[in-house]
Ligand binder design. Structure first.
Ligand code: NI
Length: 226
């Protein structure tokens, strides 16, 4: 399931992040690419050890922990510290599937990548091209979101970023390991959760809310990995 999470960061937070990112030094994006993706990856990236990136990454993870839609959709177990990339001057990233397991250099922790995330830090008017194209069983989806918004998609997906032909596309990208490994099970839980919330709003005293909430938690208990 492909899900958009709006307003992860406020416009003020995005502006501050951009000021700090524009003032720091970037390296070739091939540093985190696997063998296949290195052949098709052309962009710039902040090293994992860059203090500006580490601090901004902390702010992003903190913001996500306050976001109920993110929590319901991702059911996160471990979040990889956010990384940052920049595409300009024709940069692109050809078709690839993200590596299955990521190791956090600072801690040695291994994270299975169930979900991939891109948090847009440039507004769509700032650049041409730079669409994130994600393939799934229903076809290709083109994603280009307002600054501060994020897309979440299964890491099993083939995806690419089209060439940026004007301006700069700056974003944060990272992965997470979910408590629910299966995308199908996670999608069912999200749909059930959203339906329960809607009933709770429209019919707050309905007796079945207790039963439905029980079914949600018992399904989660059946499938969860902690
Ligand atoms: Ni990727």
């Amino acid at each position: 399931m492909l899900i958009q999470i709006p307003n992860v960061l406020t416009q003020e937070e995005v502006a501050q992040a951009r000021k700090e990112l524009d003032a720091t030094s970037w390296v070739d994006g091939k540093v985190t690419a696997g063998f296949q993706s290195a052949q098709v990856k052309q962009n710039m990236q902040l090293p994992e050890s860059n203090p500006v990136g580490i601090e901004l990454g902390r702010k992003i993870v903190y913001a996500l922990h306050r976001n109920p839609l993110f929590f319901a959709a991702a059911l996160p177990a471990k979040i990889f510290p956010p990384l940052f990339n920049r595409y300009d001057g024709g940069h692109s990233f050809g078709n690839h599937v993200d590596n299955a397991v990521r190791r956090v250099t600072a801690t040695g922790e291994q994270i299975r990548t169930d979900l991939s995330m891109t948090l847009f830090l440039s507004s769509p008017e700032e650049y041409d091209g730079g669409e994130l194209i994600i393939d799934d069983t229903y076809g290709s989806h083109s994603v280009k979101l307002p600054a501060g918004h994020m897309v979440l998609y299964p890491s099993t997906s083939l995806h690419r970023v089209t060439p940026v032909t004007r301006g700069s596309r700056v974003s944060s990208f990272f992965w997470l390991q979910s408590m629910i490994r299966s995308d199908a099970q996670r999608s069912l839980l999200l749909n059930l959760d959203l339906a329960i919330q809607k009933v709770g709003t429209d019919l707050p005293n309905h007796a079945s809310l207790v039963d439905l909430t029980g079914v949600y938690h018992n399904l989660l208990r059946e499938w969860v990995e902690v």
